[in-house]
Design a protein around this ligand. Sequence first.
Ligand code: MN
Ligand code: MN
Length: 424
Amino acid sequence: MRSSNSDRNLSHDQPRRTFLETTSAIVAAAFAAGRAAAQEGQQVRSADRDRNASDPGPENGLVREANPNTFLPPATDHGEVPAFWNSFSTAHRRIQEGGWSRQITVRELPLSKDIAGVNMRLTAGGVRELHWHNAGEWALMLGGNARITAIDYQGRAFVDDVTKNDLWFFPTGVPHSIQGLGPDGCEFLLVFDDGTFSEANTSQISDWARHTPGEVLAKNWGVSENAIGGVYEQPPEGHFIFQLPVPGPLEQDRAAAAGNKPISQSKFSFRLDTMEPTFKTKSGEVRVVDMGNFPAANTISAAHVIVKPGGLRELHWHPNADEWQYYVQGKGRMTVFFNGSKARTADFNAGDVGLVPKTLGHYVENTGSEDLIFLEMFKTDRFVDLSLSDWMSHEPPELIMRHLGISEEVLRKIPKDKAVVVPA
Ligand code: MN
Ligand code: MN
């Protein structure tokens, strides 16, 4: 059956065949040129397309510079897709005595229904007020030092000091605080398992107390109403962030917080730097942190990805959850395949956020000259990804070759097991 087209062509008379051969030669040349242009990248293509792609009108040069794959899209991009990128660098900063915060929620990135992100800085001694919320809170320390406090579901104290690349997770409703330590406080990323989360809407201790009648508070605490006047002098909407002196040694705070109970056995913190890579190739490494190795994190799983220059986080997808990304360092680009022939490529820099809806295919390529470091975050307790190469090498070869028009020789070269970061 497959040879019937060529059989028919062979039966044509001579002049007709010559015409067809000439036409197909032109078509083939055009395809080859297009493919070469696509492969050789934007400089060649922009030269080819000088006239068509020219842009004499008004332009925000800084935004354009940061988004080369939007200004001159790869020839493979096609169709309309929802925005799957945003940046903390365009988010409002709430600056107070003691530090600042900014957030990207479903209000800024409508595609992200499951996850919201907050970027926060605390000075040495600066405190994020004691509070809790109706969302699990996962965190990555981006730099500096901080002391975190909480109580577990048994009411026992947890106090720990964290530094760059440490993580924490506070489950829904667990009250906690964060305080910057010396010499220069800290900066961290918070990831919440709810896209509608807002830092402006948490249960803060001073806010709650100040909005409870004095006679009730006095009865609750077993003290006189006169003794608690200070509660009603705190800011009307709570402190949120405020400046305090740098606290004393960790052991001292731990002992003071423990009181008459043993210290909490819940491990709300996690040292990413002490963990061996889950996947490692010559082009990079990936550390997967989920309930399997960080049991406290019962609603959020993570992959911390390092891609070396020239490397590629391979084509893959996640069957069980949306992927919310935070770019820690470097430059990268990602194409998301939205099905129905729709695909779009976007550029990412440090401080940017990406979102890949559940099951959609994507890759992330390092387009810079330093290591690309980013987080893949999921609202699920288990990290799962499926790899295109893994899929192709575990199907009947004939089936794959006929789908993609590739030879057995090419198929044999494709990585047989999930490489995660290529070249392996
Ligand atoms: Mn919190
Ligand atoms: Mn992914």
